[in-house]
Unconditional design. Sequence first.
Length: 335
Amino acid sequence: MSLAKTVSAWMSHHHPPWVIESGVVGVSGGADSVALTRLLLEAGAKFTIAHINHRLRGIESDGDQRFVADLAMQLGVDVECRCCPVSAEGNLEANARSLRYVAFIDIAKSRGATWIATGHTADDQAETVLFRLLRGTGLTGLRGIVPKRMLGEIALLRPLLHAKRSELLAFLAERDQNYRTDSTNADFAFSRNRIRHELLPMLRDFRPSVDAHLVQLAEQAAEWNEMIDGQTSYLLGDVELARADRSVVLSGTKIDGFDEPTTSRILRMIWQREGWPLGRMSREHWQRAAKAAQIEGSPVQFPGNVRVRRIGPAVQLWCESSLLPAREELGDEGS
């Protein structure tokens, strides 16, 4: 089966409305996103190309924007380019990803699109799982990049997650399609680049199938999380009470009947639903949050100004500031 037919079958399985509804395709100008654009076009999808220029590489970034605009014109596809400067505070890559996805969602809403597609590949999945293992992750983090995630009413899709980058490069060569190369991909100041160019090649020498094993690990973790999330969703529905202004309120009496891991899963699900910053929550944070939900006392503060407080028979959770969509939800997954 051709790559275009594989992508078409993937889209039909994960998001059937794609055939009649429009979407947004995030295109940086790199090989993966350019290949995704060509493949979706060949599959018959209707979409707008979205390019976000963070101005991080000066002239090179502007060149990427011109390339994407020209590509859209050549292919006869609508394009929307936006400049979104990135704050230098904190994690630059994570900040850029969050801004990018916020822009994608805004473009999708403005154009009545129901899905957003990005060009993440099997290579990205292997790199992400390994990166998270080295950083210290739990079973949820081992899911890596998820194939589909709902952002409100908009579906975030990764149709190339099982395609190797080498396959995409061969596809582009067959069509004589050029693409841009990001010079920062060779900058070893970024941990992900060292994993891509140093660690993974060493592991492949030791075990050539390491990429496939990492992808398989992500799939198994995703299956486990899906099962646990179903159970957690049921428990959350049972313990959640009516909101009090901006606060989420839970039955402390019912929370007292749960062990710490179960309470932590319930709290994590609330964090994700409310758009609070999951990416900065460590295992120790979740343990503290579970304890705060079961022991009456002063509010306990967590990253992003999220607070948890036990008041008699109730547990109250709220956020003191408006935040960008959670890093774990929108971008702690790769480029």
